[in-house]
Ligand binder design. Sequence first.
Ligand SMILES: [Zn+2]
Ligand SMILES: [Zn+2]
Length: 249
Amino acid sequence: MQFFIDLHTHTIASDHAYSTIVECVNYAKNNGIVMFATTDHGPALEDGPHPWHFNNLKVVPRICDGVAVLRGIEANIDQNGDIDVTKAQLDKVLDIVLAGFHPSNPPSDADAHTKMYLKVIESGNVDVISHPGCAAYPCDYEQVLLAAKEHNVAIEINSSSDVNTRFGSHDNCVEIAKLAKKIGNTIAVGSDAHICYYMCNFEPSIEIIKNAGISEDQIINTSPNRVLDFLESRGHRPIPEMREFFKNK
Ligand SMILES: [Zn+2]
Ligand SMILES: [Zn+2]
């Protein structure tokens, strides 16, 4: 299993990440990565960028130096199960919206986290739930994954969880992968790279995916057109420049 698309990456717009978007593009270009989503943290996180960062993502070319760049965000789920993304950003700029729990929302209990996830999933505004295995934010995985399946929201298997961050979440990710296989969830694989050198470094996720018996056709980032199909199925505007670029791929 090999993927050359990364749906979860950060740039220096998030203070605790260390590469510019151009460095990410260059790394991608030199390492056979054909597409990535730039998904900096939403403004509610202490070191997330100002909202204007997301408003202005429209200046990022569709294809940068031969690499397709999706304009994204990793939003923060708050206590009310809402996210820190404006309607205008959703309607006019963002190609892909990830959302997950971060320290801007201090952990509560599994029941409360489950309710917040369900509200986010049912909102229709989030395409991918990022790092649901996070040990600090336990939830009822089965309920969350069933809702995600019903609402066509992808579940991320995050390659940084228990490797670079979120220690103690490995067993949760294994459980989520097994449930995702059983329920038939759409899976997104994300490196969660906070420096370009980690882009598409998916070994930890692939191990979990293989052990769970998840097949490639359950995973969106196995081909650029599959990613674009998924995003359109979620109601995002088509991106003709990328369709043209990935014609026959
Ligand atoms: Zn995150
Ligand atoms: Zn992230």
